[in-house]
Design a binder for this molecule. Structure first.
Ligand SMILES: Cc1ncc(COP(=O)(O)O)c(C=O)c1O
Length: 382
């Protein structure tokens, strides 16, 4: 009989809530993807590359032109030069990059620190490598790093720390001062960092993203991960990249070449072409998503939910204590979906053990104005 290597993993809440939303015909503000399409020029470019026959394996490291475009975007956004050949690898999604980075870093018995609430792929990746996650909760209500708890969680077995900014599900941002503190905390220790920055361009109210790419000391021990899916509204393309110093990149590539070998070729051609022609796309993203966040929040102000506007990502947390304090958040998300026609994600699923009295659900506002208006109307009636 096969003994599961991941006995605690079942169908994820994201799959379950999207399925429930489809079953009951609810508006789906649960899983993190847009209900609008990526730029037409990008989709046309990919279609053309498919028709022109660019359909065979691309280089294992990713198409050189796409890696060069990523390097150019990094230089524009963060003012640092990262080498397209030795530091940038194109992957089938940020998730594969995270998986490969973990396999490169973690050996049996090692510990990885995750800051709860956290994205659900981190822990299974660590467990499959024979490691163990140590969960450190972020401090409420702002989901800030609790530096004392983090320091206390570091042991001689700690090999890895996960960062995620802008943060899913809270939208919280790490500042440059946070990165400095972290660098000081792990200085002189054999600890690496995976910095999950898939929402790097979704940042609001004039804030700047503090990327590990631009923090020389942390970058020397980091894998920085991003996702074309999030940045270009094409999550279903599952195409991302990872940036790391040459020695780390070399180890990651040894694994990546046997997990997937390469990303999807015509998608890479299309993305490279679009990025070269439309560098302004990423600069326009903050205003594009901030308008959606503000529309959703302005409309939700007429409801009994309470919230603080998300500083980043395309997620908005909402507290429902004034509505159904009797329901835990999983029950609340199901009740909202079935009874009120709006699907959300319970926040406790991002925790190893969530605070008992937490009454938060996460809405995804990467939706058309019409969807946001319809959803808000239903939520105001709750
Ligand atoms: C924090 C975080 N990391 C990684 C990913 C996955 O990105 P990709 O679809 O490129 O694998 C997501 C997707 O929701 C995410 O929210």
């Amino acid at each position: 009989m096969l003994v599961s290597k991941l006995p605690n993993v079942g169908t994820t809440i994201f799959t379950r809530m999207s399925q429930l939303a489809a079953d009951v015909g609810a508006l789906n503000l649960s899983q993190g993807f847009p209900d609008f399409d990526g730029p037409q020029a990008l989709r046309e470019a990919v279609a053309r590359h498919v028709m022109e026959g660019r359909n065979q394996y691309s280089p294992m490291t990713g198409l050189p032109t796409l890696r060069q475009q990523v390097a150019a975007k990094i230089a524009r956004s963060y003012g640092v030069q990262r080498d397209a050949d030795s530091e940038i690898t194109i992957t089938p999604g940020a998730t594969e990059a995270i998986f490969c980075a973990v396999q490169a870093l973690i050996r049996p018995g090692d510990e990885a620190i995750v800051l709860d609430p956290c994205y659900d792929s981190y822990e299974p990746s660590v467990e499959l490598a024979g490691g163990r996650c140590v969960h450190v909760p972020l401090a409420l209500p702002d989901f800030a790093v609790d530096w004392q708890r983090l320091a206390d969680a570091i042991s001689p077995r700690t090999r890895l720390l996960f960062l995620n900014s802008p943060h899913n599900p809270s939208g919280a941002l790490l500042t440059r001062a946070d990165l400095d503190k972290l660098a000081e905390l792990i200085r002189g220790r054999d600890i690496h960092v995976i910095s999950d920055e898939v929402y790097e361009h979704l940042i609001f109210d004039g804030a700047r993203h503090a990327s590990v790419l631009a923090h020389e000391e942390l970058y020397r021990r980091a894998f920085v991960v991003s996702s074309f899916g999030k940045t270009y509204h094409v999550t279903g393309w599952k195409t991302g990249y990872v940036v790391a110093p040459p020695a780390l990149t070399a180890e990651l590539r040894k694994i990546h070449q046997y997990v997937n070998f390469c990303g999807v070729t015509p998608l890479q051609f299309g993305l490279a072409e679009f990025m070269a022609a439309h560098p302004e796309h990423v600069e326009e993203l903050p205003a594009f998503y901030q308008a959606k966040r503000d529309l959703f929040c302005d409309l939700l102000a007429g409801s009994r939910f309470t919230f603080t506007r998300a500083p980043g990502t395309y997620f908005q947390l909402a507290d429902y204590s004034a509505i159904r304090p009797d329901l835990d958040d999983v029950a609340m998300a199901e009740w909202l979906t079935r009874e009120h026609g709006v699907a959300a994600i319970p926040v406790s699923v991002f925790y190893q053990s969530a605070p008992e009295d937490m009454r938060l659900v996460r809405f995804c506002f990467a939706k058309r104005e019409e969807t946001l208006r319809q959803a808000a109307e239903k939520l105001c009636a709750v």
